[in-house]
Design a protein. Sequence first.
Length: 158
Amino acid sequence: MNDTRKSAKSTTATGKTFEGFTDEERGAMKERAKELKAAARRGPRADKADGESAVLAKIAEMPEPDRALGERLHAVIKASAPALSPRLWYGMPAYAKDGKVVCFFQSAQKFKTRYATFGFSDTAKLDEGALWPVAFALKELTATEEARISALVKKAVS
């Protein structure tokens, strides 16, 4: 019988070589595996404070200006939707309702991008017709952005 498995390298129609996940993507998957193992050890009644302390610790590890964005975003989300529970999700600060992630913050440094990202999962109730945004590039937080984020978070959990 012929071995039909392919190596991690494959060639796309454009002729570029695909070599699998980036180091950053593999790191995020490893962080997610650690999060799941830690949650299993803590059991179903994991303390909300555990999640918040993990999120604050992750934000504290971020380089500036992502750290300042993360701290401010955390405060805005907590004030806008106190029912959301902070937790880590693929190594990123995230906020969940009934155990399901509603929104998250991804620092620019995480995947070496030029801007941080604030996004929503499919459980967020942001539907507007057939098309709506679910992720936003974030370079700074002014009062205008904070108000918009606050309104989006409130709508997402409504």
